[in-house]
Design a protein around this ligand. Structure first.
Ligand SMILES: *Cc1c(COP(=O)(O)O)cnc(C)c1O
Length: 496
């Protein structure tokens, strides 16, 4: 069967999976969604006997139907290899009545590695398939984390280059060190004399510049994006939910067919949407518990049916969830609108115009799969401290938001189904917030002393990603003015 994709704002035009991956966003500004939903073909018993890579193939082949078996298996093998510090890729850890699905064993010790490890391979395969001979140039603006994860994924992947712009004075010292030490001759990092918005605006301008696109094409290049709305990032994220379920069955922690809940610390709504897709293809999932931090737009949306971005933006200890526009929610809106692109487009237009939209009563009925709640800064810190004191297990701030919200869910509903909590970052990545949540005294230590203490406290080895920044030489030392971004790109690509 050939699965095609259509835009959430379009008129029914379809593209293949590989075209959707190359394009990222539809021309009308909509997101690509599958025109029909496949069903898992293999039994859970079979999945339970499979490796992560084998499960990945079984899931991804359902969505990326124009990739051959050989192509898909090669992409998977190149992505989920020794870059991960555990053979199982995504381990499940039982603690305090829940199962933590650790998605942070890749290059940059956060869950974005799960998708960004494979996206470059999917993209170069998609380019070949569509007879694109140009070298793919990934252009990214980052506020810290995504840029590093994207570079780590694309580093040394033949046929690709990646350029990352970050606000020179707007990222943490550790984040900057991680980026400027990036290896790979095809990677290029530039600090701009401006803020994240300037970086984002500059990148968008280059994407939409037809004249620049022509110049690039003449020199054998074309831009692409590694943005989280790309289906090449969404599909690989469905895999680990299927793998987690199979692991629970294999370990006899649940019976085959038993319903489970999934709790996801949410920002852009990509990770939880992948869990929803896992449910839609037949995985026995009951509730999808959407956990927000103080920026609780999604909690308000699930409670009232109104999505309202007009509010104060708060910087929290879970920065990857500090988001007021959850882009991937559009795919859910489209679905609960009955796959009505016109209705969806009107709501998205209201969001960019008036800053809010309200769904209909009928659409609200489509949200019963979801439960939303949030945890504030105090509750997040308490979740880290309590879990550590009760079990010895240490979680990061994002995962702690989810753990806290899961407790609220159980208190609200008395639902005791087995629950998987997506654990999206290693505590080492947010060592200061994690350690001071456990004991304020740690605030006196510097970054690496904190890491040393965390090793002792959690009884886990220091991740390679942290060791690297202690010693790795700086490889990038580029700074440019906001209005020189285009010239910088051209210079690096060797265009006049
Ligand atoms: C990106 C990120 C999230 C949010 O995931 P979304 O798919 O954007 O909802 C949560 N935690 C961490 C650590 C992240 O990096």
């Amino acid at each position: 069967m050939n699965l095609t994709y259509t835009s959430t704002r379009g008129h029914g035009e379809t593209v293949t999976a590989s075209q959707a991956i190359l394009k990222g966003l539809a021309d009308d500004g909509g997101l690509f969604v599958p025109t029909s939903l496949p069903k898992l073909e293999v039994s859970v018993e079979k999945l339970a006997g499979m490796s992560y890579q084998e499960v990945a193939y079984e899931v991804m082949k359902l969505f990326l139907t124009d990739f051959t078996e050989e192509e898909l298996k090669r992409c998977i093998a190149n992505a989920y290899d020794s870059k991960f510090d555990t053979e199982v890729i995504a381990p499940l850890v039982q603690a305090d009545g829940a199962y933590f699905l650790e998605l942070f064993h890749g290059n940059t010790i956060a869950f974005k590695d799960m998708a960004l490890s494979i996206l470059p391979h999917l993209m170069t395969t998609a380019a070949k398939k569509n007879h694109v001979d140009n070298e793919i140039v990934i252009l990214t603006a980052t506020s810290g984390d995504t840029g590093k994860a994207a570079m780590a994924g694309f580093a040394d992947v033949p046929g690709t280059r990646i350029i990352v712009f970050y606000p020179k004075d707007g990222v943490s010292p550790v984040q900057e060190k991680q980026m400027v030490t990036q290896k790979g001759d095809n990677t290029f990092v530039v600090g701009i004399k401006g803020n994240f918005d300037d970086a984002q605006t500059g990148v968008k301008k280059m994407f939409n510049d037809q004249k620049l696109a022509k110049e690039l094409d003449g020199a054998g290049f074309q831009f692409s994006s590694a943005n989280s709305i790309n289906i090449g990032r969404l599909v690989p994220q469905i895999v680990y939910y299927v793998y987690a379920y199979a692991t629970l069955v294999k370990n006899e922690q649940i019976k085959n067919g038993e319903l489970i809940n999934i709790t996801v610390p949410t920002g852009n709504f990509g990770n939880i949407l992948a869990a929803y897709y896992a449910k839609l293809i037949g995985l026995p999932i009951d509730k999808l518990i959407c956990a927000s931090n103080t920026n609780k737009v999604l909690f308000d949306f699930f409670t009232t049916g109104t999505y309202d971005k007009k509010r104060e933006f708060t910087v929290t200890s879970s920065p990857s969830m500090d988001i007021l526009i959850s882009s991937n929610l559009e795919r859910l809106i489209y679905r609960i609108a009955g796959n009505d692109a016109e209705k969806n487009a009107a709501m998205m237009q209201a969001l960019s115009g008036e800053g809010e939209y309200t769904i209909t009563e009928e659409m609200k009925a489509g949200l019963t799969d979801f439960y939303g709640n949030y945890a504030d800064e105090k509750e997040t810190a308490e979740a880290i401290k309590n879990l550590y004191e009760n079990t010895g297990y240490v979680i990061d701030t994002h995962t702690a938001v989810a753990a806290s919200v899961y407790k609220k869910y159980v208190a609200d509903t008395k639902d005791a189904k087995p629950t998987v909590i997506a654990s999206t970052a290693s505590p080492y990545k947010f060592a200061r917030s994690v350690m001071t949540a456990i004991d304020k005294k740690y605030d006196a230590l510097d970054e690496f002393e904190l890491v040393d203490e965390l090793v002792k406290l959690s009884n886990t080895p220091e991740p390679e990603a942290v060791k690297e920044i202690r010693t790795a030489p700086v490889r990038h030392n580029n700074i440019c003015a906001v209005d020189a971004m285009e010239a910088t790109v051209k210079q690096w690509l060797g265009i006049q």
